[in-house]
Design a protein around this ligand. Structure first.
Ligand SMILES: *Cc1c(COP(=O)(O)O)cnc(C)c1O
Length: 237
């Protein structure tokens, strides 16, 4: 869990040592990879900075971490326009649900998009990529738990969506992404995602968050999305 140090001031929220948390999570990712007999170099740590101000992100940038995750297009645009002016090497992944009418801004701001889950969104993203001459890596989100409130294509709809994305729209689909149901053992969901990716010849697996990334790495994750363990609790939106 996130270290809260040094000791909190008497007013305001406790300080969070982002650099120390980042180092600890990075070491943990490497250890999990080793334990799974995998090369840590094939795992990308996406530091999920959504909801946090630039002041909270700067220590991670200063420590040399390059890859970040955001899940609100407008917030990402505002924060990263400024941050990228100084940190031009930063790589931004858009994670989670995306409204079709935000496709333009998502393509403009993101280097990778982990959100494709329906034909209209795929079509809108393809149109924007053509228009902007930019091709962020695409992950298809799969609703492995078939939760009605959750984004993601159902496992039995993946085949058709992938055919549309790859064959009709020529989207640069690199892999699959999932968020397991909160109250369940995540392992079967990670295994299902891994099987679906293998069946469709996809290399990348975006799975694992602060609470379950070791399990995800053991089951083949190539991208772990970790927020709280690095940046501390998010302020209420
Ligand atoms: C917020 C978020 C994360 C990070 O969650 P933590 O529990 O804070 O690590 C990962 N993936 C997605 C899609 C998110 O929205």
């Amino acid at each position: 869990m996130a270290h809260a140090s040094p000791a909190p001031a008497s007013d305001g929220p406790p300080a969070v040592d982002v650099a120390a948390n980042l180092a600890a999570v990075t070491a943990e990712v490497q250890d999990a990879a080793r334990a799974a007999g995998r090369d840590a170099g094939e795992i990308t740590l996406i530091a999920v900075s959504k909801g946090h101000p630039p002041s909270r992100i700067l220590p991670a940038l200063a420590a040399g971490h390059t890859t970040y995750g955001e899940n609100r297009v407008q917030e990402a645009g505002e924060k990263w326009r400024a941050l990228r002016a100084e940190w031009s090497g930063a790589v931004l992944h858009y994670i989670g649900a995306l409204q079709t009418n935000k496709a333009r801004d998502a393509v403009a701001v993101a280097d990778a998009i982990h959100a494709i889950d329906r034909p209209r969104l795929a079509t809108a993203l393809a149109r924007e990529m053509d228009r902007q001459g930019k091709r962020p890596d695409c992950f298809i989100q799969v609703n492995t738990g078939a939760e009605p409130q959750k984004a993601g294509v159902l496992p039995d709809g993946l085949d058709a969506l992938l055919t549309q994305c790859r064959d009709d729209l020529i989207l640069p689909v690199v892999g699959l992404m999932c968020i397991p149901p909160a109250a369940e053992d995540p392992a079967p969901h990670f295994t299902l995602l891994q099987e679906l990716a293998a069946r469709h010849g996809l290399d990348k697996l975006s799975m694992g968050m602060s609470a379950d990334y070791r399990t995800a790495i053991a089951l083949g994750a190539t991208h772990v999305r970790i927020g709280t363990a690095i940046f501390g609790a998010r302020p209420a939106p």
